[in-house]
Design a protein around this ligand. Structure first.
Ligand code: NI
Length: 258
């Protein structure tokens, strides 16, 4: 096909008549495309940094504790971090109550004030309440004394409402190590997860449900966040689907690391 291309082309800035316009438009089109891609990337980065994010590489394999009676069938624990949330958590509690299901809530100290009634309700309705720190900081990177103070403050806030000190801690991002455990020197048992719903990222009921169903097995510790409406609707849909599959629901204290 030699000779088919224009002989006096000067790239996007063709000088000849109407051709100039067309080529310049093509140039602008690509320029705007590239700008859009950059903007989209920046927005995605901002959104993903603005929301809580758990480091799934630190997930563990969980199983049902030995002392659970045999023949009770498959079971899983639904766990919710970062709440309580004024609107989402009560909706979740309504749905769990309707279905007779108990879950585990790891509360963030900074979200407790003003939501005391929601926490009272969790306790009254048989859910397990744990500690998720005061604010969402990576504890291995924080000053140990400050990290300890923040966790203790949260435990005290919870105890004031429920009358019981929490026994379990879910470190934000699952960020934990032996050194931190020694430094904190507390009687809290760290709880991680084996199935990460990625609900904070997916924000789509069907996608969250699909992902969790694919990964769930007997003894799974499922990580979710009761601060997004899509997480609440996904969690209730999961309860219905997993019940049909023969699962029952336990609280995090009934599972252990395998
Ligand atoms: Ni969290």
């Amino acid at each position: 096909m030699a000779g088919a291309s224009p002989k006096n082309s000067e790239g996007l800035f063709e000088k000849r008549g109407g051709f100039v316009k067309l080529k310049t438009k093509v140039g602008w089109f690509f320029f705007i495309c590239i700008l859009d891609i950059c903007l989209f990337g920046a927005v995605v980065k901002l959104v993903s940094e603005a929301y809580p994010r758990e480091i799934s590489t630190l997930s563990q394999v969980y199983k049902v504790k030995e002392d659970r009676k045999e023949g009770e069938g498959k079971c899983v624990a639904l766990t919710f971090d970062d709440g309580p949330h004024r609107e989402c958590t009560p909706k979740l509690l309504d749905g769990l109550k309707e279905r007779g299901v108990h879950a585990t809530f790891f509360l963030m100290g900074q979200n407790i004030e003003g939501n005391e009634n929601i926490i009272k309700r969790m306790k009254e309705e048989g859910h397990l309440i744990g500690n998720h720190g005061y604010s969402h900081v990576q504890m291995t990177k924080a000053d140990p004394a400050k990290a300890k103070e923040a966790v203790e403050k949260t435990s005290q806030m919870i105890e004031k409402i429920t009358g019981e000190k929490p026994e379990y801690l879910r470190p934000p991002y699952g960020d934990w190590n032996g050194k931190l455990e020694e430094e904190l020197d507390m009687e809290l048992t760290p709880v991680f997860w084996s199935v990460d719903s990625l609900d904070w990222k997916l924000r789509n009921k069907d996608r969250i449900v699909r992902r969790v169903l694919k990964e769930t097995q007997d003894g799974s510790m499922i990580l979710m966040h009761d601060i997004f409406p899509t997480s609440v609707s996904a969690a209730l849909e999961l309860v219905d689907q997993l019940t049909k599959e023969g699962y029952s629901f336990v609280t995090a204290d009934e599972l252990m690391i395998d």
